[in-house]
Design a protein around this ligand. Structure first.
Ligand SMILES: *Cc1c(COP(=O)(O)O)cnc(C)c1O
Length: 372
């Protein structure tokens, strides 16, 4: 073959990254939310752990949290913790879920503290910690009714007795978690129970608990309605910092920004078409059966994003465009409201699930914004 170099296009990394879809991350608004929440919770002597899992351990965001006084960061993925450490973020790092047996070495290496519920895992952590001549710190998660992770309260004392025999381990706290799997809310009663459990443990084992971690963003209503938050001294917050809402009723927390994140997508087709499909129908490409309202011919705009980029059901258009449906790489809007043209950008708010999906998607470009 002849030398074809002259015909080749320059294919650099840069040229394949388009401007959309992108997630605009307003660090100034996140900083404001973090500051406000720190102040609010500290008014009742509660410190915040910043939960970075929904932002995939993004170091730019982590840095903002630390700058606002959140010096303990927690993530469910070690790879995110490593990423933040590599970026020289100065914080105490907590692994937010009970370690897998297969990652114990890495847990001891990268996490200062891990949340735990299994004795066999803690035994392994102890062995590895001893090999490295350190004591790995653990927070024991207690089951409070949501039925995700947790040691049953009836077994916690026995569990602590066994854990205290392990030389490589130091128990630094206990934690409760609500409203993650089953939507069970933290009630005055369950929080009182958790609090008294902490007191009993401290007394019985002469074990001061550095972290009595009462829950997550879903504890907001409990916090606001409790004159006395007892000995609870910590909550782990993700959603309320990043999206400015409490997750149970989706209410906006006063003075917080709910639009620190903006998902931006681009119109790739805009045409007048019927509002109802024609031809014999089966399920769509993703196995769903969409419903359609007959509005006659409508302006339909296609955005060049789909389920591969974002959890579409968690998006809400800032201009209230109705999302008609989506497939893996296309999302269709009812564009009757405005004259959307090819090349136009459309902005969306994201809920927690949508934010999680865009921050982990390799297709979504990140853009940091530094002003209100
Ligand atoms: C995700 C998670 C949190 C944070 O929840 P938010 O609703 O984002 O505040 C706290 N604790 C645990 C154990 C979690 O898994």
């Amino acid at each position: 073959m002849k030398n074809q170099t002259k015909k080749l296009l320059v294919r650099s990394e840069k040229s394949i990254h388009s401007q959309t879809p992108r997630i605009e991350i307003n660090l100034t608004k996140i900083a404001h939310n973090a500051e406000q929440l720190c102040e609010l919770y500290r008014s009742k002597e509660i410190d915040i752990m910043g939960v970075t899992k929904v932002v995939c351990g993004d170091p730019m965001i982590a840095k903002v949290l630390v700058a606002k006084g959140i010096n303990v960061l927690t993530d469910s993925k070690l790879i995110n913790i490593k990423k933040m450490r590599d970026a020289k973020i100065k914080a105490t790092f907590v692994l937010l879920k009970t370690p897998a047996m297969s990652e114990i070495e890495a847990v001891v290496k990268y996490a200062d503290i891990s949340m735990n519920t299994e004795l066999s895992v803690i035994k392994r952590l102890s062995i590895v910690a001893n090999q490295h001549h350190i004591r790995h710190q653990v927070i024991l998660m207690v089951e409070m009714g949501d039925l995700r992770e947790g040691i049953m309260p009836a077994n916690i004392e026995q569990f602590i007795t066994e854990t205290q025999k392990l030389s490589g381990i130091k128990i630094v706290g206990i934690g409760a978690n609500f409203a993650c799997l089953s939507g069970v809310k933290p009630s005055a009663k369950s929080m009182l129970y958790f609090s008294s459990l902490a007191s009993q443990i401290e007394l019985k084992f002469s074990l001061p608990l550095l972290y009595i971690s009462g829950g997550n963003s879903a504890n907001y209503n409990w916090f606001m309605t409790s004159v006395n938050t007892m000995n609870i001294n910590n909550v782990r917050l993700g959603e309320s910092i990043f999206l400015g809402r409490e997750p149970l009723d989706r209410k906006v927390i006063p003075n917080l920004f709910t639009d620190a994140f903006t998902f931006v997508s681009e119109v790739i087709e805009a045409k007048i078409k019927p509002s109802v499909p024609y031809g014999d129908r089966s399920l769509n490409a993703l196995g769903d059966c969409l419903q359609f309202r007959d509005e006659g011919d409508i302006k339909r705009a296609i955005l060049g994003v789909g389920q591969q980029d974002v959890r579409v059901s968690g998006l809400k258009s800032r201009l209230n465009f109705e999302i008609i449906g989506s497939s893996s790489d296309h999302m269709i809007l009812n564009a009757q409201k405005a004259d959307l043209k090819v090349g136009d950008e459309v902005e969306f708010d994201l809920n927690y699930g949508a934010l999680l999906s865009v921050m982990t998607s390799p297709y979504v470009k990140k853009k940091y914004v530094y002003s209100y």
